[in-house]
Design a protein around this ligand. Structure first.
Ligand code: FMN
Length: 494
């Protein structure tokens, strides 16, 4: 290929040079040929890309097609039930709910209901009337002087930094209008979260952003200053997140702007590392004492922690410590390994942590075993974006659900999969001011509120079809899957 390129390229350039010498009008031919020949020569001499050394010029096509392959995949190849991590049908459902459009589906299901992985719900012969109003879930009753009444669906942790300021502002306004909470993510509490005057859950990660000293250790005074703000309704300690459990975070220097540095209490324009584990406490007792101290420092607000389950024995040890010390969190957020992230190493995303459903079941049953279940609230997250997925989480023990990516979709996210590149085309997950400009807070705040309202309504309708009206009464009896009808046996025995 190299020889062919040299021979053809040199011949064409010489021919074009002779034509130009004969008549200057042929210069238009000579110039691009010389440029292309120069690029090809450079390809052959560079050492970084073997493909370009072996296939000068032609090798660039590979890079071009690779760059546009996600778009080709999504626009031309993807079927309605395809698309990862969130299928086209599910993305469309969120868009419809966010726009208050008719979310009906024509002609029948596109799923193969005889597929082994099929999961449905059992309806009742005696459906009941769905509740008009969603019942609120009280968090921190008995332990807190400022308990919180939560909606069944809320915005899961996403930091300012991972999301743009405008995206957070639209979420804040939407949450205020719909009466649900917005979790700040570990990137600290910012003006963008507060602008809509919604209920805020302040998340504290291992970097203690917004409540740290100059060594990166937990700082009580800085914590009190923010935790006592009236908008902050609850505090969540982040132990781990499903998409990257046990992995610390990196705030690259380029993203560490003056504004981000100010709210996170770090030096600007420097790379900031958050360690994988907490330095403010150690072990189960340490965690529970930290929870109790934050409750007191916050002025009696509910305090809980978020984790992705890894080792069952560690969770049991934590329950034992709760029983021994009688120090309990007000809530536990169980995040599934299928959860989303702005950026994470692929091995962590694909291979670490328990998915939400088994994790939720494990936590629910272990708490029951230790007689703790009724004393705290369980929050679940991990691909909860349809009403059916919410009902399944409630049946497995969740009292409250959080969603991150569904709310991103309601903001206009198109699953371009560029959250880690700062090039999100919809302005949702980028800090590039030119891209952020495209996101209209005035429009997207309405979509956030509508997505929440329509999803809660659909969830209450689905529960009612299963014969109960109160979400707290939903149990795993309503699950219908291939295994459950395998038990029905042979219809014509003998
Ligand atoms: C862009 C983005 C940023 C996130 N940032 C955080 C974070 O700061 N702290 C955290 O605990 N989880 C974070 N998460 C995880 C979500 O809060 C949630 O647990 C997870 O995505 C599961 O929910 P989902 O499947 O509805 O997206 C983030 C997720 C996304 C998509």
């Amino acid at each position: 290929m190299r020889r062919l390129f040299l021979a053809v390229g040199a011949t064409l350039v010489v021919a074009a040079a002779l034509l130009t010498w004969w008549h200057l009008a042929f210069a238009w031919l000579l110039v691009p040929l010389v440029v292309l020949f120069g690029v090809g020569l450079r390809d052959m001499l560079q050492r970084e890309h073997s493909i370009l050394r072996n296939f000068p010029l032609a090798g660039h096509l590979r890079f071009l097609f690779e760059a546009i392959s996600p778009e080709i995949q999504q626009y031309f190849i993807e079927r309605h039930t395809d698309g990862v991590p969130i299928s086209r049908n599910h993305r469309a459902l969120v868009y419809q709910r966010a726009k208050d459009l008719d979310p009906t589906h024509p002609f029948g299901t596109e799923l193969d209901l005889y597929d082994k992985g099929y999961e449905g719900l059992r309806h009742s012969m005696y459906p009941v009337q769905a509740l008009e109003q969603e019942p609120r879930v009280t968090i921190g009753a008995g332990r807190c002087t400022q308990p919180y009444e939560a909606s069944m669906l809320n915005i899961s942790a996403m930091s300012y930094g991972a999301l743009s300021g405008r995206a957070i502002e639209a979420l804040s306004h939407g949450a205020r209008a719909g009466g649900f909470y917005l979790n700040t993510g570990e990137g600290s509490l910012t003006e963008h979260h507060l602008v809509g005057e919604c209920d805020v859950v302040w998340q504290i990660g291992t970097g203690y952003f917004g409540c740290r000293d100059d060594q990166g250790r937990f700082d009580r005074d800085a914590f009190v200053e923010r935790a006592r703000r009236p908008e902050v309704k609850m505090i969540e300690i982040k132990l781990s997140q499903g998409a990257k459990p046990g992995h610390g975070g990196v705030l690259p220097a380029i993203k560490n702007t003056e504004e981000i540095a100010r709210v996170r209490l770090v030096e600007p324009h420097r790379t900031v590392l958050s360690p994988p584990g907490h330095s403010a406490f150690q072990g189960p007792r340490g965690l529970l004492e930290f929870v109790a101290s934050l409750r007191e420092l916050s002025g009696g607000k509910p305090v809980g922690f978020k984790l992705c389950i890894g080792r069952e024995d560690e969770f049991r040890a934590l329950c034992e410590a709760m029983v021994e010390t009688d120090l309990l969190p007000d809530f536990i957020t169980v995040d599934g390994a299928e959860g989303g992230t702005g950026a994470a190493p692929l091995e962590f995303t694909d291979s670490v942590g328990m998915p939400m459903r088994p994790a939720l079941q494990l936590v629910h049953r272990t708490l029951q075993e230790f007689d703790l279940r009724e004393r705290l609230v369980l929050i679940a997250s991990g691909k909860l974006l349809t009403a059916a997925s919410l009902v399944r989480a409630l049946a497995l023990g969740a009292d409250v659900c959080n969603s991150a990516r569904a709310f991103m979709l309601s903001l206009g996210c198109i699953q371009a999969l560029r959250c880690d590149k700062n090039t999100c085309p919809t302005g949702v997950a980028t800090q590039d001011p030119e891209l952020v400009k495209g996101l209209s807070v005035a429009d997207k705040r309405l979509r956030v509120e509508r997505f929440h309202r329509n999803t809660v309504r659909a969830t209450l309708d689905l529960i009612a079809a299963c014969g109960v009206s109160d979400p707290a009464q939903v149990t795993t009896d309503i699950f219908l899957d291939a295994e459950s009808w395998a038990d029905l046996g042979n219809p014509r025995p003998g």
